[in-house]
Design a protein around this ligand. Structure first.
Ligand code: FAD
Length: 112
């Protein structure tokens, strides 16, 4: 869907927000992308409804773990201005990613 990359509005619309794989903004299609886009949209919805103003633009932020083997991993983060620059893989990052997966979903369910 044609999407304003800063406001995450459907192009030509003032009240239809777009998030996740369905946008056409020039960044990766990833769960992390949808997560950070949703954060921005929620902040803006709350601010528009309560104060009548935009809270912030989406800056293209994405943070992803990358598994590089059975027991090693690394991560990348990037935004519209900063290209991805993965660090050296390590076993610690792999284990952290496994723990983070569990913590993320416990948090999303409101259990943390
Ligand atoms: C094999 C694979 C591996 C991946 N691995 C990773 C990873 O390791 N890390 C990562 O960050 N991302 C990963 N991704 C990408 C990630 O899954 C997507 O970017 C993310 O799920 C997009 O979220 P979304 O909510 O935009 O879309 P979706 O998760 O696709 O959700 C869209 C939902 O809308 C529903 N739907 C569709 N049409 C209708 C309709 N007409 N009415 C009602 N409901 C409808 C669908 O059933 C679906 O539940 C992976 C994707 C694939 C395919």
């Amino acid at each position: 869907m044609p999407t304003d990359r800063d406001k995450l509005l459907r192009e030509g619309s003032t009240d239809v927000f777009v998030c996740g794989d369905t946008t056409n903004i020039p960044i990766s299609k990833a769960g992390s992308t949808a997560h950070f886009e949703a954060d921005t949209i929620i902040d803006n919805l709350v601010s528009l409804l309560s104060e009548g103003r935009w809270a912030r633009n989406y800056d293209g932020k994405v943070f992803c773990f990358v598994e590089t083997g059975l027991s090693t991993g690394t991560y990348v983060w990037f935004d519209y201005k900063t290209p991805p620059n993965p660090g050296p893989p390590s076993q610690m990052i792999h284990w952290f990613k496994l723990a983070y997966n569990r913590l993320y979903w416990l948090s999303a369910k409101g259990l943390l």
